[in-house]
Ligand binder design. Structure first.
Ligand SMILES: C[S@@+](CC[C@H](N)C(=O)[O-])C[C@H]1O[C@@H](n2cnc3c(N)ncnc32)[C@H](O)[C@@H]1O
Length: 430
């Protein structure tokens, strides 16, 4: 019996991601472009490869626990086994089908490991009932830590950090959907014949729209990435027939090139510089000048967008979130926030944003800044005073209002069928 094309595509994507260090979704896109699988096979490949990556650590631990000589499992066999284990535990494929497809998948990678795969997948199969029972206990609110770990596929240390950061209801909602596909949202950008749509989460769009600057003012985006939020801002201004000076900085050359290409294609006037946000003085045009609004979209744990970036949970480390470690992400965020604050004009706004749901990267980070020497020149500003708030489309405004935190910030967290986790808080320079 041959293995299905979708499962083979998923296996090829895991292999390519492992060897090249690429994200699995990029590997899937590249491979799918070069092959002619049916839409159903592509959908299955996507589901399996994203899910197996998101629960990688948990699946590998279970598989190794069942194998007699765990150390000797070849990487390509482990790839095939984790795909099959994900299907066996989390999807609705009948168990005999999932096991036999798994065995064939392993055969395609390493024919001599077929017997081993057969034995291990059969031993794993009863765990599907445990996953179901754990999910039921989560629904009834009688769950244990083990239940949440099994259903979410997330590492224990991260579950602890999420639990400490989120209200219980939000924590459970995030955990119950962490292995589900991310819902998709689109944003229209570009005018006339150049109009196109971008894939952008609704909460990310809300963050961008809240930072649309007033007509005739200036906006700096620190951490501009591929320019998605800048494009949304430029489009909102163009639609309103307004103009503002848009500037962005981004140290990553490839992302900057993509952003510049998109601005050129759509005819948006954005000055984009390749520079570290902490070293704006290196750019003569940015030296000794300020902006009416500085939006700092910092690199973060990505704990709000794990459904889109399944590598996140098992590649993050607690060390990267340690504010006492000068090399950590949290330390970089503090440095970028402090650097961004120096570019805000008197009376202007500083907008700090992440796609994290962790307190120490969000409110904790802003509170630490406010308590610092540089932070003394700033005070909190409610998002309803943000320049973009008044022009939000009605449905986006309702969404923003529903996620307005006690300090006037915008904070969402993933839930089944709901947008990703994003955070935005405004501060005004007094
Ligand atoms: C959350 S992403 C930004 C997404 C982007 N604003 C958008 O809407 O597409 C964070 C960005 O910060 C950039 N970054 C990392 N270190 C930085 C630094 N030292 N200075 C400025 N940007 C940095 C990353 O390369 C990444 O593109």
């Amino acid at each position: 019996m041959g293995v299905s094309a979708g499962r083979l595509l998923a296996l090829a994507a895991l292999g390519e991601a492992r060897r090249s260090g690429r994200w699995v979704r990029d590997a899937l896109r590249r491979l799918a472009e070069r092959s002619d699988e049916s839409p159903e096979d592509r959908a299955l490949a996507w589901r399996l490869a994203m899910g197996a990556t998101a629960a990688k650590g948990l699946l590998e631990e279970r598989l190794r626990g069942l194998a007699r000589r765990a150390g000797s499992i070849q990487p390509q066999v482990m790839d095939a086994l984790t795909l099959s284990a994900f299907e066996l535990l989390y999807l609705k494929t009948p168990i005999p089908v999932a096991v036999s497809e798994g065995v064939e998948l392993v055969r395609s990678a390493a024919p001599r490991a077929t017997g081993f795969a057969n034995a291990i997948l059969r031993k794993l199969a009863p765990l599907r009932d445990e996953v179901h029972a754990a999910r039921e206990r989560m629904d009834e609110d009688t769950d244990t830590e083990d239940d949440v770990a099994l259903v979410s596929g997330l590492p224990r240390w991260l579950l602890g950090a999420l639990n400490r950061s989120l209200p219980r209801k939000d924590f459970k909602a995030l955990c119950s959907c962490s292995l589900e596909p991310a819902p998709s949202w689109e944003a229209k950008v570009g005018e006339g014949e150049r109009a196109t749509v971008l894939r952008s989460d609704l909460a990310a769009q809300a963050v961008a729209l809240l930072t649309v600057p007033p007509d005739g003012t200036s906006r700096l985006e620190m951490g501009m990435g591929r320019g998605t939020k800048t494009l949304i801002v430029a489009h909102a201004l163009a639609e309103a027939g307004e103009r503002a000076e848009l500037v962005g900085v981004e140290p990553d050359r490839r992302r900057l090139q993509l952003a510049r290409g998109a601005f050129a294609d759509l005819g948006y006037d954005v000055a984009a510089y390749q520079v570290d946000g902490r070293a704006l003085d290196e750019v003569p045009e940015l030296r000794d000048r300020t902006f009416d609004l500085v939006f700092v979209d910092v690199p973060c744990s990505g704990t709000g967008t794990m459904r889109r970036h399944p590598e996140t949970p098992w590649s993050l480390s607690s060390k990267s979130l340690d504010s006492l470690d000068p090399e950590s992400l949290v330390s970089l965020q503090s440095e970028l926030l402090a650097a961004a604050s120096r570019s805000v004009a008197k009376g202007g706004l500083l907008a700090y944003s992440t796609c994290s749901v962790l307190e120490r990267e969000n409110e904790g980070q802003v509170e630490r800044f406010l308590a610092s020497y540089a932070g003394r020149a700033f005070e909190s500003e409610d998002l309803r005073e943000a320049p973009g708030y008044g022009r939000l489309p009605r449905d986006v405004r309702a969404f923003v209002d529903a996620h307005r935190g006690p300090r006037g910030s915008f904070a969402t967290s993933p839930a089944p069928g709901a947008p990703d986790g994003h955070f935005l808080r405004f501060l005004r320079r007094t």
